[in-house]
Design a protein around this ligand. Structure first.
Ligand SMILES: [Zn+2]
Length: 115
C-alpha cells in the first residue's frame, strides 16, 4: 500500500511540475539560494522559503529531509522512485504538501480526495 501511495505522490508532483505549479525544491523562492540544512517554510502559492527569508513569513514549516524527498520525487525516474522505501509518516508528510499545492493551484478539492 505504501509503495502505491509513494508512486501516486511521485506522479502528482511530476504532473504539478509539468503544469508549472510545483516550483523548485532546490532553491529558495525569495532569495534564490540553494536550500540547505536548517528550518524552512512551505508556501503552497510560491514554494520553499529558506531560514534567512522566513522572518516575516508564517506558513507551514518543512524539514530539509522533507524538501529532499519532494525534490527526489520531482526529479527521479519511476524506476529510481520504486527503489526508495519511505515510511508511512514520510509519505503522509509529502502527501500533505502535494495536497496543498494541488488545492492552491486547482482551486478546488478533488472528488477523489479523502477528507
Ligand atoms: Zn531565501
Amino acid at each position: 500500500m505504501q509503495r502505491k501511495e509513494q508512486a501516486v505522490i511521485a506522479y502528482e508532483i511530476k504532473l504539478l511540475t509539468l503544469l508549472g505549479f510545483a516550483g523548485s525544491f532546490k532553491l529558495c523562492v525569495k532569495c534564490g539560494k540553494k536550500l540547505a540544512l536548517g528550518a524552512h517554510v512551505f508556501d503552497a502559492t510560491r514554494g520553499i522559503i529558506c531560514n534567512s527569508c522566513m522572518k516575516d513569513v508564517s506558513f507551514m514549516s518543512i524539514s530539509f529531509e522533507e524538501i529532499k524527498i519532494l525534490s527526489f520525487l520531482q526529479d527521479a525516474s519511476f524506476e529510481q522512485i520504486d527503489k526508495l522505501v519511505l515510511t508511512e509518516e514520510k509519505i503522509l508528510s509529502a502527501s500533505s504538501k502535494i495536497l496543498l499545492l494541488r488545492r492552491q493551484h486547482l482551486e478546488k478539492t478533488l472528488k477523489t480526495e479523502k477528507q
